[in-house]
Write a protein that binds this ligand. Structure first.
Ligand code: GCW
Length: 718
């Protein structure tokens, strides 16, 4: 054996030769591993041979440290910091204000066009020297520009002729944590809360900073750190110092902290007799609370409120409206530039004819009565984060009120953090839906970014899937959903394919063939989940309480918390009649959608059973009858989940071992659970359809009694 080969084998045996092959996921998409493509490494070293970043604010320091660490990691060598443009290959970063060099390199940029968060990345030549410049009007823009450049390098994208101008489409890009003060996380499947309330403010976990870095890297600029099912304790001095400590860590990354406000706090913890928003003592209490908070956290973002919904207190307890409540809180934070985000997810104690209609009915009449610093936060669909819902009819229907999007990143109804379901296609489907509010082309995205109705206060919120698990999100691919949310909040017109490709290259592989394969799997995964859980517009048929697994038979308790309320299966057919002859939810949509949704022949088939009660023998576009079509869809979902597992196994040895093994095991569980969903739902619905399974549909593994008898204890997330 030749000596060199022996050395290689020994090194490989010691694990020194192969690149890191046990990625635990902690670094997310910010891995900064050394570039292995020699040609690209050369290009990088040539174009980014020196760095000059000006400014001395905490945000600029954060940008500086990230840039240096990122480039050093990826190039494998120390980064040279320079103080003037002596040679070619310098990267210059700063604001137009603080850096005369930056201003001189981009003389064509009109002041005021880029904004505090926007940035320009451009390759320029000056005096024969090639320079790359990152410029913004604000420090945060410089930070975002730095993260963009690091993303380009991580993706091994060309760096030669850059000409990038970016500006966020929305003002507030927030995560919503449904985290409780005892560290449990409502609908959280990735361990405990990331916030260690017990040890705060004395102990600042390094995780907080890494959390802030990750969010800043995708443009997220705020975090609501407490559950919307709120605890008034967080507003007490004992907790506010803890909140302030978290805000201190977030600040250098451009992230503001927000809190959920429990509406009954004045009475609960403030010693008042009431929390009536029109009572002057109550309004005063909130004003004083705001001043106490801002004294500790000068850049506090504001409040998010869930009121008069699922038992939460609210203004209606005192005979007041949502606007009365929202305005009182908004007035308290207005002097400091804070906002009030008022959720439209109302779900009160009276059982409505159709729960899907409730938010619209309550909020549309209030349009125009909210203060200018109030946003109404609306879930993407009218029921509740289902695998597929038509867009919420409120979008476009409140022209005088800024509506903020609420997506759910945590997979409450999508297999928890066990299933690989890439959510960008779900988000994209909603954002690109045309509301027709102001004629064709009135996409939901235009409502959200304020362009449709001329609002400058805009926002998007995502219910976080983050927890104390080492890899943050439980499932490695849950990271992609966090990533996708941030990217879409910044730029709602981004495509799912672009987002998937970025994330894959930064997280998993640069091999184009593998990246394509993984992307195909990701992009089809949401449709696969819809098929094995709730095809053709079915919704809310999961198990009770924990919402994990199938439960189409659930019929106990409040009718609009049951599955039978939503699917309405009988011997004639299945589906919720929301037509003009039914609950008339279709009329909450603008023309021509109201007519389209109302007509079973025109209604998109993927939402048919959302709007219609359809006979089992109704002929579908495929030529099959509804029952057969439903069976086939369930089977297709199962088949897809199985294909994902088989495909993943081909990646053995071609991607990091730890990532490979982690996902391999989870995909196995997913395929098993997909089959469980299919078997349980089809057996149950068959008791109504009384028809056999068509050819191509696997025989269920067990009988219906078996599935109905399954009991689970301690499912996470409640
Ligand atoms: O999706 C439902 C969840 C509740 C949640 C509620 C909401 C925070 O099942 O756990 O409560 O929505 O959005 O308020």
């Amino acid at each position: 054996m030749k000596k060199e080969i022996l050395v290689i084998l020994i090194l490989a045996g010691l694990g020194l030769f192969t690149p890191a092959m046990a990625d635990d996921g902690y670094r997310l998409w910010l891995k900064y591993d050394q570039i292995t493509d020699i040609a690209y490494l050369k290009e990088c070293n040539k174009i980014l041979s020196g760095v000059m970043i000006t400014g001395d604010s905490p945000v600029i320091s954060a940008a500086h440290d990230e840039l240096i660490a990122g480039l050093a990691g990826m190039t494998g060598s120390q980064v040279t910091e320079v103080s003037s443009l002596k040679s070619s290959g310098t990267l210059v970063a700063g604001t137009f204000r603080s850096s005369p060099v930056v201003a001189s390199l981009l003389p064509d940029v009109e002041p005021g066009t880029i904004g505090e968060e926007g940035y320009i990345i451009r390759s320029v030549t000056m005096g024969g020297k090639k320079i790359t410049v990152i410029a913004s009007e604000g420090d945060r823009g410089v930070l975002y520009g730095v993260f963009h450049l690091l993303r380009l390098v991580s993706m091994q994208s060309p760096l030669e002729d850059l000409s990038i101008t970016e500006k966020p489409a929305t003002v507030l890009r927030l995560l919503n944590h449904w985290d409780n003060l005892d560290r449990s996380v409502e609908r959280g499947y990735a361990g405990e809360s990331v916030w260690n309330w017990h040890l705060l403010p004395g102990y600042i976990s390094p995780r907080y900073r890494d959390y802030a870095r990750a969010n800043a890297s995708i443009g997220i600029n705020g975090t609501v750190i407490t559950n919307v099912n709120a605890n008034a304790l967080v507003l007490t001095p004992q907790y506010l110092v803890k909140v302030a400590a978290l805000a201190d860590v977030m600040r250098p990354y451009g992230i503001k902290v927000y809190l959920t406000a429990r509406f009954s706090a004045p009475a609960e913890t403030g010693g008042l007799a009431t929390s009536d928003p029109l009572d002057p003592a109550v309004a005063r209490w909130w004003k004083e609370k705001a001043s106490e908070i801002y004294a500790l956290i000068p850049d506090f973002g504001g409040f998010l409120v869930k009121a008069n919904s699922e038992g939460q207190p609210g203004p209606q307890n005192y005979g007041r409206s949502h606007a009365d409540g929202a305005n009182m809180l908004a007035d308290a934070v207005a002097p400091y530039g804070g906002v009030g985000m008022w959720r439209a997810f109302v779900y009160d104690n009276n059982i409505p004819v159709d729960r899907a209609k409730q938010a619209y009915n309550e909020f549309v009449p209030l349009d125009g009565s909210f203060r200018s610093n109030v946003l109404v936060q609306v879930k993407n669909g009218a029921v509740d984060f289902q695998p597929r819902e038509p867009f919420h009819p409120l979008f476009g229907a409140m022209p005088s009120t800024p509506l903020m999007m609420e997506f759910q990143i945590t997979q409450e109804y999508l297999g928890c953090s066990t299933h690989l379901v890439f959510l960008a296609p779900l988000f994209e489907e909603c954002l690109t839906s045309d509301t027709h509010a102001a004629g064709p082309g009135s996409d939901v995205a235009k409502v959200i970014d304020g362009t449709l109705h001329g609002h400058s206060l805009t926002g998007m919120a995502g219910v976080a899937n983050i927890g104390s698990e080492r890899n943050w999100t439980g499932h490695l691919f849950g990271q992609a959903n966090w990533y996708a949310f941030g990217r879409l909040a910044w730029q709602p017109s981004l495509s799912s394919a672009t987002i998937a490709s970025e994330w894959i290259r930064m997280t998993l592989t640069h091999d184009p063939e593998i990246a394509d394969g993984i992307s195909t799997m990701m992009l089809s995964s949401r449709e696969a989940a819809v098929n094995y859980m709730t095809p053709l517009g079915l919704h809310h048929i999961m198990a009770e309480g924990h919402h994990w697994g199938p439960g189409p038979w659930v019929n106990r308790g409040r009718p609009d918390w049951t599955s039978v309320y939503y699917h309405r299966a009988d011997t004639i057919g299945i589906g919720f009649n929301r037509t003009r002859e039914g609950s008339d939810a279709v009329s909450q949509y603008f023309p021509p959608l109201n007519d389209i949704f109302n007509d079973p022949a025109e209604c998109p088939e993927n939402m048919l059973l959302w709007f219609h009660h359809v006979p089992w023998d109704h002929t579908m576009k495929s030529g099959r009858i509804l029952w057969d079509e439903m069976c086939i869809r369930y089977q297709e979902g199962v088949n897809a989940a199985e294909v994902y597992g088989a495909y993943w196994e081909t990646l053995n040895g071609r991607i990091d071992n730890a990532q490979y093994e982690h996902v391999r095991q989870l995909l196995k569980i997913q395929a098993r659970e997909a089959r469980w969903w299919k078997d349980a739902c089809l057996l149950y619905f068959q008791t109504f359809s009384r028809r056999p399974f068509p050819a191509g549909v696997d025989k269920p593994e067990n009988d219906l009694a078996y599935y109905r008898g399954l009991r689970f204890y301690y499912v996470p997330g409640i």
